[in-house]
Write a protein that binds this ligand. Sequence first.
Ligand code: UD1
Length: 369
Amino acid sequence: MAEPYHVVSVVGARPQFVKLAPVSRALSARDDVRHSIVHTGQHYDASMSDVFFDELRIPQPDVDLEIGSGAHGRQTGRMLEKLETAMTDLVPDAVLSYGDTNSTLAATLAAAKMTIPVAHVEAGLRSFNRAMPEEINRLVADHCSDRLYAPTPAAMAHLEREGLVSRSVRSGDVMFDAVLYNRELAEAKSDFLRGQGLVAGQYGLVTVHRPVNTDKASLGPLVSTLQELAAGEIPLIFPLHPRTRAVLGELRDTGALRIIEPLGYLDMLKAVAAAAVVVTDSGGLQKEAAMLGTPCITLRAETEWTETIDMGANVLVGRSADRLREEVRRVLRGGTGDWSGALREQYGDGDASRLIAADLLGWLGGIKP
Ligand code: UD1
């Protein structure tokens, strides 16, 4: 048999571990590929990293670059330098990058500059807001990658508009694979509701970590509105991202607005599935809420996951406290529909990772026989 191709996945931040898990499983199931994992170390706390590798049963990284936090340029630059060394040692036939973080940007640039074929999982997403670091990362990753895997029809249409269609494949969404694969496991294993003394359908879940919402001027008023809603409408559970915790300092529980540590993947699936409403500025969580049948209210002015809005699973309230109050009340009074029929049309059949693995190996066979 021919020597297997060597594919190297580069990840670094929490949402990328979730995307890596099903792709890693799909690659392991094949005998024509050897898969290595490079962790940039962008996220390094146990609650932001280790718990995802453990719960999602991702093999331990072959290389950890231990980059840690820093300003965007410094963080990305340090990754680039160390990735170049790692790639020289690993000699990949192809590099896989995921999503839109600084680790995605560094992985793509490092590979492209070394003329290593590079493929981007979750390509074609656009918020059309270039003030978001993730938007810049997406644009560069898509335009510098050789193979693009689009999760949704809208993502595929963006790639087409940007002249990238000949290298693009509509694969479906690997995060849908992860939700379908882990949903029952979360149901069976997660102790989240009992541990928090919560009843399904009788709480809301909040996450906030984007820079626009976590500067001091925005976060204070947002937390006041959340406290008011938690006291007057429904208890809110608020797992705190380290960035948000750093800004809030010693924010204490106010009873109804409950501050907790970041959740692992299975607890998060359980927490989302059983919530009456999700309030978030995360990208992935908007989608996971839709996939798990929970209405979402997004604390942003625009979203790259526009299909969640079209399905009626998500609304945007930007930074308006009045809009947030109004939408929480609407959702709690039963003002949402059933979008479950649209999920497969948008995100595929839960086999995006298998399709990506098959396409990647077929494509490599064509360019590197
Ligand atoms: C990154 C991604 C974002 C993704 C988010 C998920 C970019 C540009 N952004 O943003 O797209 O939605 O991850 O969480 O890559 N910190 C810790 N411990 C950790 C990780 C971070 O304390 O394990 C703190 C650091 O003080 C750091 C801050 O959190 O300064 C922000 O971390 P960083 O990785 O720069 O960006 P995120 O906001 O997490």
